[in-house]
Write a protein that binds this ligand. Structure first.
Ligand SMILES: Cc1cc2nc3c(=O)[nH]c(=O)nc-3n(C[C@H](O)[C@H](O)[C@H](O)COP(=O)(O)OP(=O)(O)OC[C@H]3O[C@@H](n4cnc5c(N)ncnc54)[C@H](O)[C@@H]3O)c2cc1C
Ligand code: SF4
Length: 392
C-alpha cells in the first residue's frame, strides 16, 4: 500500500502530543533554513494553526514541498524523542499543517520599490528562495527558467512522493506579481549578458543539468535517470530492469519502474549498503517491494544480447574507505529490458563576476531541497550586501 502523503487528524494530534517541547530546540539548530519545529508544534498543540503556519513560512519559502520530501538526516536526526522511541515526523507534520491550515489570507504585505532589477536563472528551490528574499527587500526580480515549469529537479520526483501541484501551491503563496516576473521556456546562455541588459545582479541557480557518465563501453545503450523520470510512460516495460546508482534518485527510478510494470528490479551500488544516500523509510520501502540491492557491485560493460541487454559487472571490496575491484570477479548478467544510470549529475561551467552569485546544487553539488533553499536564501543575502556596499 502506498503511504499517505499527509497525516490524518488523529495522527496529527498524536504526533503533536509526542513532542517534548525541548527548550534547547535541537530540531531547529539541525535545519539548514533554521525552521523552528519546537515553536510551530507548540502553536499547533494549542490549536493556533495560523501561528504554526506563520512560523513555518517565516524561514521556508517552500514549506509544504519540503515537508513531503525532506530527508530524515536533519531535524529528525536531532530530535530528542529519538532517545525515547523514535523521532517526531517533523517534515510530515509541517506538510500536513500547511496542506490543511494555510489560507490565501497569509499573502504578502506591500514593500516599497527600491528601483533595482535582479535576474534569477533557474526556478528550482534555490532560485525560488532567492527570488522570495529579493522581492521582499524591494527588488524587482525576473526569473528565467529554461523548462516549461517551475520546480527544477523536483519535477523528476514521482507524483506518488511529490505531486507537482504542491510545488505550484508553495509558489502561489510566495509569488508577488508586483515584484516578480517568471519567464518560462527562457534559457539564459550567459549570465553576464543579463548584467549588460541592466540587471543590477544575477543569481545563478541552474542546478546540475548534465548527467554523470559511467565511462564504460556500451554506455549509449543505457538510459539516463533524467530521460527516464521525465517521461517514464515512454519506457513502460514488464521486463527486467537494472538501475545503477546508490542514492534517492536510483530509488525513484526503481519505484517508477515498479509502478510501470517491471517484473524484476535490481539496484547496483558500487559502494557498501551503508553508504547509500537514502532515508530509513526509503530503505524499508525497497525491502518491502522486494527490489534487490546489490552493493559493492559495479558495471563494466553493456552489450546488446539476444534477449535484451547484457550487463557485465564486477565485485568490489572495501579497502581504505574506497571500493576496489576484485580481480577476476566479472559476471555476465542477461535479459535486461532497460538499464538506467542514476549516478549523479554536474553543473555547467561558472562565470566569474562580483555581481553574479551562484546558489543551490550548481554551487554545492547535488544536495537536498532544504540545502538548496538555504543556499538560495543566503545567496540573496550576499547579493543584497554587495549591492549595499557598492552604493556607499
Ligand atoms: C529524482 C530526484 C529525487 C530527489 N529526491 C529528493 C528528496 O527526496 N529529498 C530532497 O531533499 N531532495 C531530493 N532531490 C534533490 C533536489 O531535487 C535538489 O537538491 C534540488 O532541486 C536542487 O535545487 P536547485 O534549485 O539548486 O536546482 P534545480 O532544482 O536543479 O533547479 C535548477 C533549474 O534551473 C533551470 N536551468 C538550468 N540551466 C538554465 C539556464 N541556462 N537558463 C535558465 N534556466 C536554467 C533548470 O531547468 C531547473 O529548473 C531529488 C532530485 C532528483 C533528481
Ligand atoms: S527535538 Fe523533537 S521533541 Fe524536541 S522540540 Fe524538536 S520536535 Fe519536539
Amino acid at each position: 500500500m502506498t503511504p499517505s502523503l499527509y497525516l490524518n487528524k488523529i495522527q496529527l494530534q498524536a504526533e503533536l502530543d509526542r513532542c517534548l517541547n525541548c527548550k534547547t530546540q535541537p530540531c531547529m539548530h539541525a535545519c539548514p533554513v533554521n525552521c523552528n519545529p519546537q515553536e510551530f508544534i507548540n502553536h499547533a498543540k494549542q490549536g493556533n494553526f495560523a501561528a504554526a503556519v506563520k512560523t513555518i513560512c517565516r524561514n521556508n519559502p517552500m514549506g509544504q514541498t519540503c515537508g513531503l520530501i525532506c530527508p530524515d538526516k536533519f531535524c529528525m536526526q536531532a530530535c530528542t524523542r529519538r532517545h525515547i522511541d523514535f523521532a517526531i515526523r517533523i517534515p510530515k507534520l509541517q506538510a500536513t499543517i500547511l496542506e490543511n491550515y494555510r489560507s490565501v489570507a497569509d499573502e504578502h504585505s506591500p514593500v516599497p520599490d527600491n528601483g533595482q532589477n535582479i535576474a534569477v536563472i533557474g526556478a528550482g528551490p534555490a532560485g525560488i528562495a532567492a527570488a522570495s528574499v529579493l522581492s521582499k527587500n524591494g527588488f524587482s526580480v525576473t526569473i528565467f527558467e529554461k523548462s516549461s515549469q517551475i520546480g527544477g529537479a523536483l519535477n523528476l520526483i514521482p507524483d506518488s512522493r511529490l505531486p507537482h501541484e504542491v510545488i505550484e501551491k508553495d509558489w502561489h503563496f510566495l509569488f508577488n506579481p508586483e515584484k516578480m516576473q517568471l519567464n518560462l521556456n527562457t534559457p539564459v546562455e550567459k549570465p553576464s549578458a543579463l548584467l549588460k541588459k541592466g540587471f543590477a545582479g544575477v543569481i545563478v541557480a541552474a542546478g546540475e543539468p548534465n548527467c554523470a557518465s559511467l565511462n564504460i563501453p556500451g554506455e549509449e545503450l543505457c538510459l539516463s535517470y533524467m530521460d527516464y523520470l521525465r517521461t517514464p510512460e515512454k519506457y513502460k516495460t514488464a521486463g527486467k530492469i537494472a538501475v545503477i546508482g546508490g542514492g534517492n534518485v536510483a530509488v525513484d527510478c526503481a519505484f517508477t519502474a515498479l509502478s510501470n510494470g517491471a517484473s524484476q528490479i535490481e539496484i547496483y551500488v558500487r559502494r557498501r549498503l551503508s553508504d547509500m544516500k537514502i532515508s530509513h523509510d526509503e530503505y524499508l520501502r525497497l525491502l518491502n517491494a522486494e527490489i534487490n540491492i546489490l552493493p559493492l557491485t559495479a558495471p563494466e560493460k553493456i552489450t546488446p544480447g539476444t534477449n535484451g541487454l547484457n550487463l557485465f559487472v564486477h565485485r568490489n571490496e572495501w579497502i581504505d574507505d574506497h571500493p576496489e575491484p576484485i580481480h577476476d570477479s566479472a559476471t555476465l548478467l542477461q535479459g535486461y529490458s532497460l538499464i538506467i544510470k542514476a549516478i549523479g549529475s554536474y553543473a555547467d561551467p561558472k562565470y566569474e563576476d562580483e555581481r553574479i552569485i551562484y546558489a543551490g546544487d550548481c554551487k554545492t553539488g547535488g544536495s537536498t531541497i532544504v540545502e538548496a533553499l538555504a543556499s538560495g536564501l543566503s545567496s540573496a543575502e550576499l547579493l543584497l550586501q554587495k549591492l549595499m556596499t557598492a552604493k556607499h
